[in-house]
Ligand binder design. Structure first.
Ligand code: GDG
Length: 472
């Protein structure tokens, strides 16, 4: 039987070390939540790092066995590998470059070498597992070299690749010392997927300018092979969020929060800690709102959840400090005995509590500087059963291409953002329902299952086409 082997840097489960034992916990992040619902079907397997440094061969065997029962195969990485491959090349070179923060990028040869070595390690893990009939689906920027490595070992393999972050303009890609190798690595796939046509166009342009390969209708001719490129906007497990929001637990949490907040209306913001998410700019915009419209003081609070992430990378630690300071200053300046302007949480919440926050909020602020897609925007939409609520969405999130009924803003324009918050707070209910209803129909239909199905169908088609061409 042919299976799908999903490969990503992280497994959808992370293994944590407590004093006496190891515990297994679902990981956060868009990829884990999105694909988590589908990989268990039809004997599929997920290959990735379990988030733990194992101490010895016994522990390694134990983790491997525990994960096997849940269709996962771990790739064990060492501390120097995580430092140089993950925190180094992935998160200090590729992530800033691909999110248009080149000024934060570092270019270390040793990080590059670790990146090559870890991609090779993943390649060996997949080859040990994959049968000739299996489909291999590689995910994201940590594994850009893997498609070509797999292709070299298995010229006939069916390989898909999906990039979850933006693909930037050629002008950013050309800065990277290893730009050609990275593009060649990706071109080992049969099908390359991006969230939007914009990212796809940037990729085609980079391939043409750096490698000289032309393309037509999303087909790149490399000389040896044809590679298909297309846009597949990722969706969410819609029903899961509908159900979570309707659950007894979510309703109860909401009631408790509501009582504590009394009549105060809620604007919500949820992200991983990341400079690409525009968190500091959002805080400044909220301050501007209560400066320009003092009537909202004591009437509106911002609930801001920031999920700890990558705090070993210098910029993330600095951002955390900036956010702490901004929240402290704004709260100290405007708070009253009975009102807190910003309720700030630096931790993650269980799904039901997250759902209760989506229920509670009248306005969601999703205002990244750059974001491949942004699933929080879609989850908020799915959670609003009564159709009320307003989404404020950055034009530079992939989701803005689909959710055009949100209030679309430029996240660097603090004034525009403050006005959008005001507009959202005074928006008539029928307009809210009209906009929300249109977005719900779209998010419900193009859910994560539709996304995966479309990608897989297109991958099968690309393979069939190549086969036909080869036998003609
Ligand atoms: C990358 C791209 C792209 C957040 N806080 C909690 C929590 N979350 C969950 C959300 C959502 C996920 O984490 C975050 O997904 P995003 O899409 O917003 O962002 P990234 O993690 O940066 O993901 C992004 C995505 O990949 C998929 O392609 O959309 O552009 O950057 O699902 O709900 N979950 C729980 N508690 C929290 O406190 N349980």
């Amino acid at each position: 039987m042919s299976r799908t082997i999903i490969v990503s840097n992280r497994l959808p489960t992370k293994v944590l070390r407590t004093e006496e034992s190891l515990t297994f916990q679902a990981s956060e992040g868009g990829l884990a939540t999105g694909l988590g619902s589908i990989y268990r079907q039809e004997g599929n397997v997920w290959v990735g790092w379990p988030g733990l440094f194992v101490e010895d061969a016994n522990e390694e065997a134990y983790v491997r066995e525990q994960l096997r029962d849940d269709s996962m195969v771990p790739v064990f990485l060492t501390e120097p590998e995580i430092r140089d491959f993950y925190e180094g090349f992935s998160n200090s070179t590729l992530w800033p470059t691909f999110h248009y923060f080149s000024q934060y990028a570092t270019y270390e040869q040793s990080h590059w070498e670790a990146y090559v070595a870890v991609n090779e390690k993943f390649c060996q893990a997949v080859l040990a597992l994959a049968g000739l009939e299996d489909t291999i689906w590689v995910h994201d920027y940590q594994l850009l070299l893997l498609p070509a490595m797999l292709r070299q070992a298995r010229p006939e393999a069916t390989i898909g690749f999906f990039l979850h972050i933006p693909f930037p303009s050629y002008e950013l890609i050309r800065v990277l010392p290893w730009r050609k190798e990275l593009l060649e690595g990706m071109l080992g796939a049969d099908l390359l997927g991006f969230h939007t046509f914009g990212y796809m166009r940037h990729f085609l342009s980079a391939v043409s300018q750096l490698l000289g390969f032309s393309s037509q209708n999303g087909q790149i001719e490399t000389g040896a092979r044809t590679v298909l490129v297309d846009a597949f906007p990722m969706g969410i497990d819609y029903e899961r969020y509908v159900q979570a929001a309707a659950s007894e637990a979510a309703v109860q949490h909401e009631a408790v929060y509501r009582e504590a907040l009394r009549e105060v209306r809620v604007i919500l913001s949820i992200d991983r800690l990341d400079y690409s998410k525009g968190i500091a700019q959002r805080l400044r915009a909220f301050e501007l709102l209560i400066q320009r419209y003092p009537e909202w003081r004591e009437q509106v609070s911002l609930i801001m959840v920031v999920v700890p992430s990558r705090d070993q990378v210098a910029q993330y630690a600095a951002l955390k400090e900036e956010i702490d300071e901004l929240v402290g200053r704004i709260n100290a300046q405007y708070r009253t005995i009975t009102w807190t302007p910003i309720h700030y949480f630096y931790r993650s919440f269980p799904l039901e509590e997250l759902a209760s926050l989506y229920r509670l909020a009248e306005v969601a602020l999703v205002t990244p500087m750059r974001d491949g897609m942004n699933l929080v925007a879609k989850e908020f939409v799915a959670s609003k059963a009564d159709g009320r609520g307003v989404l404020i969405l950055s034009e530079r999130a992939g989701a803005a291409r689909e959710l055009s009924d949100a209030l679309i803003i430029n996240p660097t324009d603090t004034g525009q953002l403050a006005e959008a918050m005001h507009d959202a707070l005074v928006m008539p209910e029928d307009e809210q329902q009209l906009r929300m209803g249109a977005m719900q129909a779209l998010v419900r239909q193009y859910n994560v299952f539709a996304w995966a199905k479309l990608f897989m169908a297109r991958l099968a088609y690309s393979k069939m086409k190549q086969h036909t061409l080869a036998t003609e």
